[in-house]
Design a protein around this ligand. Structure first.
Ligand code: IPE
Ligand code: MG
Length: 223
């Protein structure tokens, strides 16, 4: 969900207004997923690198994420959406926010239509490090370590590898998002700034995805 700051700055607004405007984009995309039958949606809300932003912006992002959770979790629950979180739960994440996360996951745990995962204090490298630490701590012999074992130690072992990754705002980078999981994902980049992103932009991305040929290192169907 990139481009909030630039959207706000181009309107002479503080960056935080861009984050605020991103809420409509996010919930339109959630609706779009429900409409299109997408079963798993993962959004990058706050990265392990975002702590480097000015204090006030970090504070805003933390409070805003908490506020959105409180304000919208019942509606998500009614719509059969299961809320989950991935990311490091270290000392930098306020205890109160962790409590809200746990409550929201608990409230929606039996929902099945869409799993909506929020990556918060998330970094792809940190996730791999955390998985490797857990494996090492279990005392397993090095030659018994497999890809499957690493997968099982990721933040949410049930989350399937993403089919499609969408990045907004004309940046052509992965920026530490789901590094392990997106090994074979299709990547889609759009110039649209996140506050202006709507389900129609998601559908454009899905349509493009549908005409791509995924070979997973093999050869094409016609070969
Ligand atoms: C994304 O928008 C916000 C977060 C996920 C933290 P940005 O704040 O990165 O917006 P730009 O890149 O400065 O425009
Ligand atoms: Mg950005």
């Amino acid at each position: 969900m990139d481009g909030n700051g630039r959207w706000a700055e181009s309107r002479g607004l503080p960056r935080t207004e861009g984050h605020r405007a991103g809420e409509d984009a996010l919930f339109d995309v959630v609706d779009g997923c429900l409409e299109a039958g997408v079963r798993w949606l993962t959004v990058y809300a706050f990265s392990t690198e975002n702590w480097r932003r000015p204090r006030d912006e970090v504070k805003f992002l933390i409070n805003f994420n908490e506020e959105i959770l409180l304000r919208r979790r019942d509606e998500l629950n009614e719509r059969d959406v299961r809320i989950r979180f991935v990311g490091r739960r270290d000392w930098r994440v306020p205890k109160r926010l962790i409590r809200r996360m746990n409550e929201s996951s608990e409230l929606t745990r039996d929902n099945r239509k869409l799993t909506f995962t929020i990556a918060f204090n998330y970094g792809g490298r940190a996730e791999i490090v955390d998985a490797v630490r857990a494996i090492a701590a279990s005392g397993v012999k090095p030659d018994k370590i497999t890809e499957k074992m690493i997968k099982r130690h990721l933040y949410d072992p049930e989350m399937p590898d993403p089919d499609l990754v969408v990045r907004s705002s004309g940046e052509y980078r992965i920026s530490n998002f789901l590094l392990w999981e997106l090994a074979y994902s299709e990547l889609y980049f759009t110039e649209v700034l996140w506050p202006e992103f709507r389900r129609s932009d998601l559908f454009d991305a899905i349509h493009e995805y549908q005409v791509r040929e995924r070979r997973f290192g093999g050869v094409g169907q016609g070969s």
